[in-house]
Ligand binder design. Structure first.
Ligand SMILES: Cc1ncc(COP(=O)(O)O)c(C=O)c1O
Length: 374
């Protein structure tokens, strides 16, 4: 029974008997790591997307790090990327002592603008890292035309499709997915890198496992590596989640449709862009932008929603304006005006497969009251 005081959470995973059975089977097998579920999950994931290969990793962040190394990003390079993303997409560039070079975003899709990215390319640029933000496909074909190696941050974009029908993550460039608990599928923590070339998969598989080649002895390591492995427990969860992916994506798309109807007519409120030119979003979050009229800030709206029992959060802050980026690279306000405007006004509303229509209407009612007093 819904009451006015029931807190509507931001996100909640869908887990059932299949997940429990999968995890219990791993526990009973005694093989909790480096077992058969990891390759099984990789194969099922790659097949689902139509990608030749996939490497399971311990997080989206770990996957981005390995993917950047795999395309050859190194000390002193520059990588052009979006300032409107989760901080990991830029941090992982800095892990290799390369410089994240930001370029502004498209005001509609909120993805890295290919023209701005092109203008930021220098002789030191060794890769471009577009982000499929909020599950909306970045214009990868335009980045492909620039002729530089690409790493795609698809952490938010499982289920998204490019206009030519190719799944996001299946164009051959390393593309990284994340399985944190709010994602389209979850393994608690975890990630996957899809890739076209077998040699890149082999390198990432070795580097995630302390630099060990598949045919080497246990304590024999022929390159620098990390522990970025996904456990068999997590892979079992992933396999069960992958089985219900279509159902969960459809439920998210339905919730997004209810939001669009319920929020229609709130003056000045920015909604996620509709699919256009054949691109299809893989729904992950429902992010709105508070009106530009300056009456209420994004943080005022978050506080007021909280009083109505609705969780929301700033999503996403501009990366270049975070302290580390200001201090390390000297960034200041005004460099990427589209990103800064959108970032200052954006908040994520409750959004997950089990979110009910009456809860969405309550969120909309609260927003209407806060923004319009009606
Ligand atoms: C766009 C983006 N990039 C990278 C990440 C990092 O993924 P993880 O939290 O699995 O390390 C996330 C997830 O939060 C994300 O949303």
């Amino acid at each position: 029974m819904t009451t006015d005081t029931e807190l509507i959470p931001l996100a909640r995973p869908v887990l059932g008997a299949q997940e429990e059975d999968g995890v219990l089977a791993v526990l009973r097998s005694g093989q909790l790591s480096l077992g058969p579920r990891v390759p099984a999950f990789e194969e099922a994931f790659a097949a689902r997307l139509g990608a030749p290969h996939a490497s399971a990793v311990s997080s989206g962040t770990a996957g981005l790090h390995l993917a950047l190394r795999a395309v050859g990003v190194k000390d002193g390079d520059e990588v052009v990327t979006s300032p409107f993303s989760f901080v990991a997409s830029a941090n992982t560039i800095a892990y290799e002592r390369a410089k994240p070079v930001f370029a502004d975003i498209d005001p509609v899709t909120l993805n890295l603008d290919p023209q701005a990215a092109q203008a930021a390319v220098t002789s030191r640029t060794s890769a471009i890292l577009p982000v499929h933000i909020f599950g909306y496909p970045a214009d990868v074909p335009a980045f492909e035309r620039m002729g530089l190696p690409l790493v795609e941050d698809a952490c938010e974009a499982l289920g998204a499709l490019h206009a030519d029908g190719v799944a996001v993550g299946a164009r051959g460039h390393p593309a990284v997915f994340g399985f944190y608990a709010n994602k389209q599928i979850t393994t608690g923590e975890g990630g996957m890198v899809t890739v076209g070339e077998a040699e890149l998969k082999a390198r990432m598989d070795s580097e995630r496992n302390q630099g060990r080649a598949p045919d080497m002895g246990w304590l024999d390591h022929d390159r620098l590596g990390f522990n970025y492995r996904l456990s068999d427990i997590a892979a079992a969860l992933g396999l069960a989640q992958l089985d219900r992916l279509d159902e969960m994506l459809a439920a998210r798309a339905q919730a997004a449709g209810y939001y669009r109807e319920a929020l229609a007519g709130i003056e000045g409120l920015g909604l996620p862009c509709e699919d256009r030119d054949g691109d299809r979003r893989g729904w992950f979050v429902f992010v709105v932008q508070v009106p530009r009229d300056g009456r209420l800030t994004r943080d005022d709206v978050i506080r007021a929603l909280r009083e109505h029992g609705v969780q929301s959060k700033p999503y996403l802050p501009a990366i270049h304006l975070m302290s580390f980026y200001r201090e390390t690279y000297g960034h200041r306000e005004g460099e990427f005006p589209v990103c800064e405007d959108v970032a200052a006004r954006s908040l994520a509303l409750p959004f997950f497969p089990g979110l009910r229509q009456d809860q969405i209407e309550r969120v909309a009612q609260a927003l209407r009251q806060i923004l319009q007093g009606t």
